[in-house]
Design a protein around this ligand. Structure first.
Ligand SMILES: [Zn+2]
Length: 433
């Protein structure tokens, strides 16, 4: 500051001297212009380099104690452990229930941050972190009363594109991992493709696939993965393609490229990622009995204890034991279809004759009971009383599109196809739906 003032003064003196020597109007105005320019340059310099010093205020650091909720923890227990009075615990619980509709802590999921204004002051704020997208903040007001507010963290959903190829000796799962598809997305893709794919015989080296899925960001940082938006797999029987679509009434489903429901009444492969060890055939040599007889189902290799999901929604019509099947469950899905699951080590709790089950609900666990050489699931589909090949039988789609939704779907599909072809060229671009 002092130095620049000195420069200004010096400049003024030089300017005065020069004026006396030249003494004509033209030169004078030119001099003034130069002088003004110099002043301006100095002023800009001062503005750029001068920083006023800020008053120093010492803010004591906030003290945070973050705990993870374990099984057996209740709100009252964790608050009492931190020295809260019964009255405080009571009023916090009341305000949580009233203003945030919050009643239960979830073990292994929720975290609580206890905040003190400084280390030697009592806790004045409690933040319950309810998964990555929800928070409840509880503040102690001046009068010692507690207030709370629910905070939803804004989700910035972008789409990600990954493509891959099956290599020699690959499973779809391995190829998917190599393509960089996250495990949770891959599990969803399996669930979807299981309606159409035979993961053993439909998977060959040289086949290509891609997945378009959601990635959720908060403050420009990736937090988690979302839903599958589209998936395509070059199966032997042709391209299997599926799109996620929200219908006019808000209901969501997956549809093939022509708008037919991709979710079938039954799954061809109930257990995801299980290898087929024996296919359906009219005649085969029985591994235990030694003579040739029909194999009326498909065998999937899986470890003992692997949950067996129901291939479709229905009602349990048989649950029992016989010499061939060992422990088995039979489900009737509608007037046409039944499925049977054999060699179970045990049944799922609550699954009895007459129980209604949802698609994907665990009905039992893989084992090796009955005539079996090792732990596996023997799976049968029975259509109108006849055993059919689960891998090739034409299965009805549930949730087909009506004439109102079909054109909307075709529009949506065109948009997704355009995104896919653009992301194929540049997978790193930021795309939001
Ligand atoms: Zn079998």
């Amino acid at each position: 500051m002092k130095k620049s003032k000195y420069i200004i003064r010096k400049t003024k003196i030089i300017a005065k001297k020069t004026y006396r020597r030249i003494g004509n109007i033209h030169a004078l105005s030119r001099m003034m212009l130069i002088f003004a320019t110099m002043l301006m340059a100095i002023a800009i310099g001062v503005m750029l380099f001068y920083k006023p010093s800020e008053p120093v205020v010492i803010v004591p650091p906030e003290s945070h104690t973050v705990i993870e909720i374990k099984s057996g923890d209740t709100l009252s227990k964790v608050l009492r452990e931190r020295g809260f009075s019964i009255q405080d615990v009571d009023s916090i619980a009341k305000v949580l229930k009233k203003d945030a509709k919050f009643t239960t802590l979830h073990a292994g999921k929720d975290k609580i941050d206890f905040i003190r204004p400084s280390e030697d002051l009592p806790i004045s704020k409690i933040v319950i972190m309810n998964g990555p997208w929800n928070r409840v903040e509880i503040d102690c007001g001046e009068a010692g009363t507690w207030q709370c507010q629910k905070i939803e963290i804004e989700r910035d959903t972008r789409v990600a594109y990954r493509e891959g190829e099956i290599l020699d000796g690959d499973s779809f799962y391995l190829a998917g991992q190599r393509a960089g598809i996250p495990a949770s997305v891959l599990a969803d893709v399996y669930d979807l493709l299981a309606f159409e794919m035979d993961f053993e015989r439909d998977v060959r080296a040289g086949q290509h696939f891609f997945v378009l899925y959601e990635e959720n960001f908060a403050a420009d940082k990736k937090v988690d993965n979302g839903r599958v938006i589209a998936v395509s797999f070059q199966a032997l029987r042709g391209n299997v393609q599926m799109y996620r679509f929200v219908k006019g009434d808000g209901n969501v489903g997956y549809y093939d490229e022509n708008g037919n429901g991709a979710i079938k009444s039954l799954k061809r492969t109930p257990i995801n990622n299980a290898k087929i060890t024996s296919s359906f055939s009219g005649r085969r040599k029985h591994p235990v009995l030694g003579f040739t007889r029909a194999h009326k189902g498909v065998d999937f290799r899986a470890a003992t204890g692997t949950p067996i999901p129901a291939a479709g929604a229905g009602r349990v019509v048989a649950r029992g034991f016989n010499r061939g099947h060992g422990n088995y469950v039979k489900i009737r899905h509608n007037g046409t279809y039944e499925t049977l699951y054999a060699h179970m080590s045990r049944f799922a709790k609550g699954v009895n004759v007459g129980t209604t089950v949802k698609q994907g609900q665990t009905i039992g666990y893989v084992g090796s009971t009955g005539l079996s050489t090792g732990p596996h699931l023997h799976y049968e589909i029975i259509k109108n009383g006849q055993h059919v090949n689960p891998m090739t039988v034409k299965l009805p789609a549930i949730n087909n599109l009506d004439s109102k939704n079909k054109p909307l779907f075709m529009e949506h599909r065109a948009r997704i196809d355009a995104i896919i072809s653009s992301m194929k060229d540049d997978p790193d671009q930021v795309v939001r739906l």
